[in-house]
Write a protein that binds this ligand. Structure first.
Ligand code: ZN
Length: 430
């Protein structure tokens, strides 16, 4: 299918280079409009969170957008993103653009499209520090956590500390609110789903579940599927900076939201990746208040190759998978990058595993902290190293250690894998 998003992105690039202050410094590097869009973009630098911190808000607004007037009139606001200190930035939030990005991304899955075609009620379950300006930490009544059609359920930094009363409260609020959508961090929803099942608390099924905020592990997905049989579970990928970027369709392929962005996947250099794994770089379209070109979101993806997706959507980039955060990479004995997804696919074979975190301390040394169903510790401790030997190599030393519970990081995210030594992400890319 011919694709107008390339032409729209070429226009957006031209506009950024000529009339957005930050990008004027890139103009001398641009090979110019006689070259293809891909060649032009590849020649340019990657936009980092450091760049945002240094130049928000004025650097990324198109000439003629008066930032001061925008704030005064309520057209835009500053929103802080979540994450570690190194990841956190302030961005310029323009609600109409965000709403459009969300609505267009919903068209890429029929269950989402049905619900988003009308006003609907959505219960949000994530870290209370993940929801921009709308988050609530500490006990406040349901009415104060309800903003229009949105209800923010969680009030605690660590969901492994939810007591029975909190679990019952959230289940009761989902029911009372009659949520048609549950939008959740998969780790948080998995914990709620399992607790409700064990304690015999009914969970009202929504029309659709949307998973976002962090990588959905098989250990989370199976808890969610057990508690919500028959409810479609849709993966949505985006960020506070970029809006909604990919939606996983009913055939399991991630489709690009070409209405509001253009995506490149920059492969890892030969010898460090397998040619199809790369980092996600996003160029936003049609947001005059906040223009991003080649923004490095910090996540990895794998291109969908071969035949077009069976769902029939042929527009834009298609991904076979989103594979987790760049900073959560580990490495095999040959120094090749191992994504979170690769680790997670291997551990999907381990029955009764509830949560895990792989910590690599040397080229061949790994500690896997895990939590498991009661009475299954021994079997899980034996199965985990066997499952990961195929990923890290037969000479990898893998120790599995049971933990009572695995808490999230201060950012609110559950980190599934990491190294305990420093490495330079830039070194992975040509
Ligand atoms: Zn598809």
């Amino acid at each position: 299918m011919p694709d107008t998003s390339t032409a729209r992105c070429a226009n957006a690039l031209e506009e950024a280079l000529s009339s957005v202050p930050f990008y004027r410094r890139w103009r001398p590097i641009d090979p110019g409009p006689t070259r293809t869009l891909s060649e032009r973009l590849t020649a340019l630098p990657v936009l980092s969170k450091r760049d945002l911190r240094a130049h928000v808000p004025h650097g990324f607004a198109r000439d003629g957008c008066r930032i001061g007037d925008g704030f005064t009139s309520g057209m835009i606001e500053l929103v802080a993103t979540s994450g570690t200190a190194a990841e956190r930035v302030s961005i310029v939030w323009h609600q109409p653009w965000w709403d459009r990005s969300e609505r267009e991304a919903a068209r890429l899955h029929p269950a989402l499209d049905r619900v988003f075609a009308r006003p609907h009620r959505e219960a949000v379950l994530t870290s209370p520090v993940c929801a921009g300006n709308l988050c609530h930490v500490g006990r406040v009544p349901m009415e104060e956590r309800t903003v229009g059609g949105l209800l923010f359920l969680n009030q605690d930094l660590d969901p492994t500390t939810w007591d029975g009363a909190e679990v019952r409260r959230m289940a009761a609020e989902i029911d009372r609110f009659a949520a048609e959508v549950i939008e959740a961090d998969p780790a948080y929803l998995a914990i709620l789903a399992r607790r409700c099942r064990l304690e015999g608390i009914a969970l009202r099924p929504p029309e659709v579940i949307v998973l976002t905020y962090e990588f959905p592990s098989h250990v989370h997905l199976r808890q969610i599927a057990r508690s919500f049989p028959g409810v479609p579970v849709v993966s949505s990928y985006g960020s506070t900076e970029t809006g909604h970027v990919f939606t996983r369709c009913e055939e399991g392929v991630f489709h690009e939201n070409t209405a509001t962005c253009h995506v490149e996947v920059q492969p890892l250099r030969p010898g460090r990746g397998d040619g199809r794994l790369g980092r996600i770089l996003v160029t936003t379209l049609d947001n005059p208040w906040f223009t991003l070109v080649r923004f490095d979101v910090g996540d990895l993806a794998r291109r969908h190759d071969g035949a077009p997706c069976r769902c029939g959507r042929g527009r834009g980039l298609a991904l076979a998978a989103i594979e987790g955060r760049l900073h959560d990479l580990t490495f095999d004995g040959e120094g090749r990058a191992v994504s979170v997804k690769r680790v997670d696919d291997a551990l999907a074979t381990v029955a009764d595993l509830l949560g895990y975190r792989v910590e690599q301390s040397g080229p061949r040394r790994f500690l896997v902290r895990f939590s498991a169903e009661p009475g299954c510790d021994g079997a899980v401790a034996a199965a985990v190293p066997a499952a990961l030997a195929g990923v890290y190599g037969p000479d990898a030393e893998i120790e599995a250690r049971r933990e009572a519970a695995l808490a999230p990081e201060r950012s609110g995210k559950f980190r599934l894998a990491r190294t305990t030594f420093a490495w330079d992400p830039a070194e992975l890319f040509a």
